[in-house]
Design a protein around this ligand. Structure first.
Ligand SMILES: [Zn+2]
Length: 425
């Protein structure tokens, strides 16, 4: 059954001429930051694309802690302006801004905070961004949290790559308490790090506004023979600096193609398929959190597996992050091997995309990601002005679509015991 299903799906994918067009259309909407017209257009587009597969496509509204910013300025005390992009949800400074010295913590690892613990209070903490997909990465929001705990006046995160502009990202504040948080570029950070006669002093001004925001989850539910579902997900939203092409127009375009390929084949499958295209992922996973928290427990229990695609282009190597479900790791390895496809696995639970909110509810969940532990690949451009469509190489999305199809075909048809076993920790 699995082999027949997979052959039919792979044949449909090979004949699909729309995946690259969908990718380009999503990039045309720009960065698709939640709360912008580009994001709204992407949600409408995704609904129309799913409605072309089946009229049951819907958009469900979810709430998140919205935020908009009118001013974000960073300057050295002598008046020289530095690159400055506010992190989503940054706390505001006083209207006149704040003036403070900068303590450069280098990478911003726990030992860096410990070594400088007594120098942080009342100052701006400067740390470096890290390539996000690796076993040793320390997330920006953890560094931000440590800066707050030490009483920092503000948080500055720098792009470690020269000539690449500042970064985008979320502060994770989510409408709660926080400190002003901005990103800067490599060259500006080099100026701040120049100590010589002492610490650099900066003037920082951020004027933002919290508001109760709503966005959509674009859904298509395609039943199989039972009430069980495999949830196939990706996030539509992104950041302002570029096209959010790799992160995550790639994942959305592949999900749409895989859904098209499987839709005519599901009636005979043991399980059905639920496509979930989330927004506000870049806001600390707010869209999927609200969707899953609100889903009735019986509907959550019926989701046998979540396959989440986030940044599946930009490198030829794919890794499944299997969220501490040990049998899921085996499932992925065996399924890929049987299909003659390559995939690496990484077991620890990573809170870096929407699969996390499925896993948090006990649903076996994986994120498929390209470029894991390959910091020199094109994925280094995500969250910067470099995340544009030219960073995708031919064949990368097609490769991800085939692997997704193999995992999905197995999950749709596997025996009850095999799938129930995936939930075991
Ligand atoms: Zn992403």
């Amino acid at each position: 059954m699995t082999d027949t299903l997979l052959s039919a799906a792979l044949a449909a994918l090979a004949a699909d001429a729309e995946m690259q067009r969908d990718f380009a259309a999503l990039c045309d909407f720009g960065g698709r930051r939640a709360g912008t017209p580009g994001e709204a257009a992407a949600i409408n587009f995704a609904r129309a694309r799913l409605a072309a597969i089946d009229a049951a496509a819907t958009v469900e509204q979810v709430a998140y802690a919205g935020w908009r910013c009118s001013v974000a300025e960073l300057a050295i005390a002598d008046g020289m302006q530095l690159a400055c992009n506010p992190l989503l949800g940054s706390a505001s400074t006083a209207p006149a801004g704040l003036s403070a010295e900068v303590v450069d913590l280098g990478r911003g690892a726990p030992q860096d905070f410990a070594r400088h613990a007594r120098e942080i209070a009342g100052r701006c903490v400067l740390v470096r961004h890290e390539y996000p997909f690796s076993a040793v990465h320390i997330h920006r929001r953890r560094k931000y949290g440590w800066a707050m705990e030490h009483g920092a006046a503000a948080f500055i995160i720098a792009n470690p790559l020269p000539d690449a502009g500042p970064l985008a990202g979320s502060s994770g504040r989510g409408g709660g308490v926080g400190i002003p948080a901005v990103a800067t570029d490599f060259e500006s950070a080099a100026r701040l790090a120049l100590k010589g006669s002492g610490l650099a002093r900066v003037h920082l001004r951020v004027a933002g506004e919290d508001y109760a925001a709503q966005t959509g989850v674009v859904l298509l539910d395609l039943p199989g023979l039972s009430n069980e579902r495999i949830a196939l997900s990706a996030h539509l939203d992104g950041h302002d600096l570029a096209e959010s092409a790799l992160d995550n127009a790639t994942g959305v375009a592949v999900v749409l193609a895989v859904a098209r390929a499987f839709a005519p084949l599901l009636a005979k499958c043991r399980r059905g398929l639920r496509v979930c295209l989330f927004s506000a992922e870049e806001w600390a996973l707010a869209g999927s959190r609200e969707y899953l928290d609100r889903l009735p427990a019986s509907a959550r229990a019926a989701i046998a597996l979540n396959i989440n695609l986030d940044t599946v282009g930009g490198d030829a190597h794919l890794t499944a992050l299997t969220s501490e479900f040990p049998r899921l790791e085996t499932f992925v390895r065996e399924t890929a091997a049987a299909a003659g496809m390559a995939v690496a696995t990484y077991a620890p639970l990573m809170g870096n995309s929407d699969h996390y909110n499925f896993a948090r509810h006990g649903i076996p969940a994986l994120r498929l990601v390209a470029g894991f532990d390959r910091p020199d690949c094109n994925i280094k451009h995500i969250l910067t002005r470099g995340d544009t469509r030219d960073k995708l190489a031919p064949g990368e999305m097609e490769n991800a679509a085939r692997l997704t199809a193999a995992l999905l075909a197995h999950a749709l048809t596997a025996g009850e015991d095999d799938m129930a076993g995936l939930k075991q920790k």
